[in-house]
Design a protein around this ligand. Structure first.
Ligand SMILES: *Cc1c(COP(=O)(O)O)cnc(C)c1O
Ligand SMILES: [Zn+2]
Length: 399
């Protein structure tokens, strides 16, 4: 099937991937043509993979290659407690920690790997220090395709080993990461390795399924707002495109407003948004507990700004105290996300205090990954336990 990749900035059309996944004219990211004639397949979700159910939204993927690890179909959980507490009609959490490698990255990894296999690449790869590395390593193993994972040289063992277990070629690289992002795609492409980095077009496509699921889970309704923890910008672009496609296909008449949430300690997109700029600037000395969203120069940053402008949404940053507070609050609702994932709830609380939402709004927080992937953040919480002698058990239970 033919593809049409369109420049998100100048509109130039490409019939195949460029070896940087970016526009050769203006250097902005490319994206696949909007799908406007798809339906959601009926049938029993227990007998389908997400890509089967939403296959009409992926006309350019030949997904006869079955490498599903059971990604997607994650719960959308309503918090009646927080709805009441915050005075918002519906507060929901889309819990992406329930993916095969505990983050939403799996949705985009599978579409990227299928694309690589459709094109006949001999291998795949990615540049990441966390969730994306584990995801690509897992799908590379499932697909039995050569897989190279490039990580930062100073990566902690706690993070390295859960990536290494999948058995890919794992390489620590010394040097600048923005440069590595581009060089890996280019050198990989020219040497038979398809690098599925943070905002590669076929990765972004995979994230659309989050939108389709939310739509089905809300009984074929669209929420008013979706809050998305944002780093490179791939996830928010994919989810927004998913909703725009539902509208283009005549399935809904409304696209939700999007809110990109960032950490104050690394907020290139939120800063540019606040200052009314059309382009992001490199964020100096990034420092936050939300490591998974610590990209100082996001490759889709400018596109996220353009998208937010058209969409009527916004970008906002929250500091580490607000993030940790939200992580705890969310855990007390039974959902343990990592700090980056809690920026959506932290931003919701902050914006509600500024009267940004009305009490009639339905809002969805994307919980991007599991708290168990970053347990050292637990040291930042005051967590109490009590120790007793078994003889005092009755007293403790009665109290
Ligand atoms: C990758 C990631 C993000 C950011 O996604 P982008 O597509 O880079 O914007 C947010 N939260 C977590 C936990 C992630 O792993
Ligand atoms: Zn262009």
């Amino acid at each position: 099937m033919d593809i049409k990749l369109i420049c998100t900035s100048c509109g130039e059309v490409y019939k195949e991937e460029t070896n940087t996944f970016r526009c050769t004219k203006c250097d902005e990211p490319l994206e696949l043509e909007l799908v406007s004639n798809a339906k959601i397949k009926a049938g029993n979700m227990l007998e389908q993979s997400v890509l089967e159910r939403y296959s009409e939204f992926y006309p350019f993927l030949n997904n006869k290659v079955d490498i599903s690890l059971g990604e997607g179909f994650t719960p959308l959980l309503e918090s009646r407690f927080l709805s009441k507490e915050l005075g918002i009609k519906g507060v929901y959490f889309k819990n992406e920690s329930q993916n095969p490698t505990w983050s939403f990255k799996d949705r985009g990894t599978i579409t990227g790997v299928i694309r690589a296999m459709n094109l006949g690449f001999k291998g795949i790869g990615t540049v990441s220090t966390g969730n994306m590395a584990a995801s690509v390593a897992a799908y590379g193993s499932k697909a039995k395709i050569d897989t190279i994972i490039l990580v930062k040289e100073e990566i902690a063992d706690e993070k390295l080993k859960p990536i290494a277990i999948y058995g890919s070629k794992l390489v620590k690289v010394i040097g600048d990461y923005g440069k590595l992002y581009l060089e890996s795609i280019r050198l990989g492409y020219d040497n038979g390795f398809y690098f599925i980095n943070s905002d590669s077009p076929f990765r972004v496509e995979g994230y659309k399924t989050i939108a389709y699921e939310i739509f089905e889970q809300l009984d074929y309704k669209t929420p008013d707002y979706v809050l998305v923890p944002t780093s490179a910008g791939g996830d928010i672009r994919g989810i927004e495109k998913g909703f725009r496609e539902l509208k283009a296909c005549g399935l809904t008449d409304k696209v939700p407003r999007f809110i990109a949430t960032q950490a104050t300690g690394c907020a290139p997109i939120a800063t540019a948004f606040k200052n009314g700029k059309e382009e992001i600037e490199r964020f100096n000395n990034p420092r936050t507990i939300a490591h998974a969203i610590e990209n100082p120069y996001p490759p889709s940053g400018n596109q996220v700004l353009r998208m937010l402008k058209n969409n009527g949404g916004m970008a906002v940053d929250v500091d580490d105290d607000e993030i940790l507070n939200a992580q705890k609050l969310m855990a007390e609702e039974g959902i343990f996300g990592q700090p980056a994932s809690a920026t959506s709830l932290a931003a919701l609380i902050k914006l509600k205090e500024e009267n940004y939402f009305s009490d009639e709004d339905i809002v969805v927080n994307i919980v991007t990954a599991s708290g168990l992937k970053f347990t050292s953040a637990l040291d930042q919480h005051a967590l109490n336990t009590i120790t007793i002698d078994i003889a005092s058990l009755a007293d403790i239970i009665k109290k």
